[in-house]
Design a protein around this ligand. Structure first.
Ligand code: ADP
Ligand code: MG
Length: 286
């Protein structure tokens, strides 16, 4: 056998301990950032997700879509409004957000999973009453922004068990019948907890948590929940990284043993995280 063929066989054999450990495991993946925008990267991520399903794991994908919502609003002649970096969601914004997240991004991901040979099922938190939300209470009123009160994972389990890959748009309904927008990172954390996932993996467009945001060489490869809380409280983690770490903390608090924030810009970042012990990104442990 040629050296090349031997190498290929080795690659598969090296994956064996991970295949054994994670057979039947639920992996909740928050999909966002550059990996969602660039077509080539997008195809690779969804190919990885399909592979996970075919080797016996249950991948569940939660996606965001902030930049596309803003773009669509502008195309429709409406200027996005933010208060301290947080989007203000009025009725019209909610309608546009739902149209973009559910009608467009979600369906596009279903098509990409199908193109990779999997069977994608597009869902929002409305389906099967999966995400029950309440209007977010804070010092600023952001409008139709919801916090998840309860996750019913029944539909996800059913869909996954039948061989499908569920793809979730972070939108939910309140007891008031109102549709609410939900932060996708927070939704992923709650869903990971409700499913008792083996891992929550958040794709980002940075190497992971950085000790100094401006220096990509300062990657923190492992953090305890306590250290993560201190980084948030101390202002070392800012803006879009805050909900990602909060999602990890929430998942850990609900029994998910490990959370990872990884660099979605690296091709096959997901496979490297799951099938090697090189350990990309930041791992957050209880
Ligand atoms: P997404 O679109 O995937 O939700 P965000 O832009 O919302 O991504 O969040 C990721 C951003 O968080 C990074 O691009 C980075 O600028 C910022 N960030 C803030 N603090 C940190 C930190 N300590 N380490 C890494 N990134 C950080
Ligand atoms: Mg974000």
């Amino acid at each position: 056998m040629s050296y090349d063929l031997q190498q290929r066989a080795n690659t598969l054999i090296e994956a064996l301990p991970y295949l054994r450990e994670y057979w039947g495991a639920t992996m909740v993946i928050k999909y966002g950032g550059a990996a969602m925008v660039e077509p080539e990267l997008k195809a690779l991520v969804l190919q990885d997700v399909v592979l996970l399903r075919y080797v016996g794991m249950y991948p569940v994908l939660v996606h965001g879509g902030g930049p596309e919502i803003s773009e669509m609003m502008r195309r429709l002649g409406k200027e996005p409004a933010f208060v301290r970096g947080l989007r203000v969601t009025d009725e019209e914004t909610m309608a546009i957000a739902e149209m973009v997240l559910v009608g467009r991004i979600n369906q596009d991901l279903v098509a990409a999973v199908n193109a990779a040979g999997g069977k994608g099922v597009g869902l929002s938190g409305k389906h099967g009453r999966m995400l029950r939300v309440v209007k977010q209470q804070g010092d600023v009123d952001l409008g139709l922004v919801g916090d998840i009160r309860e996750v019913d994972p029944t539909l996800l389990r059913t869909v996954s068990a039948q061989g499908y890959v569920p793809l979730i748009a972070p939108i939910g309904v309140g007891d008031d019948g109102q549709t609410y927008n939900i932060n996708a990172d927070h939704a992923a954390g709650k869903i990971a907890g409700a499913l008792q996932a083996t891992k929550l993996i958040v794709l980002s467009d940075v190497p992971g948590i950085l000790a100094d945001v401006k220096d990509e060489t300062t990657l923190v490869s492992s953090l305890s929940a306590e250290q993560a809380r201190l980084m948030i409280a101390g202002g070392q983690v800012e803006a879009g990284m805050i909900p990602k770490l909060e999602a990890c903390l929430d998942a850990l608090a609900h029994g998910v043993p490990r959370c990872h924030i990884i660099d979605g810009r690296a091709p096959h970042a997901l496979l490297m995280e799951i099938f090697t012990d090189v350990g990309s990104g930041t791992m957050v442990l209880p």
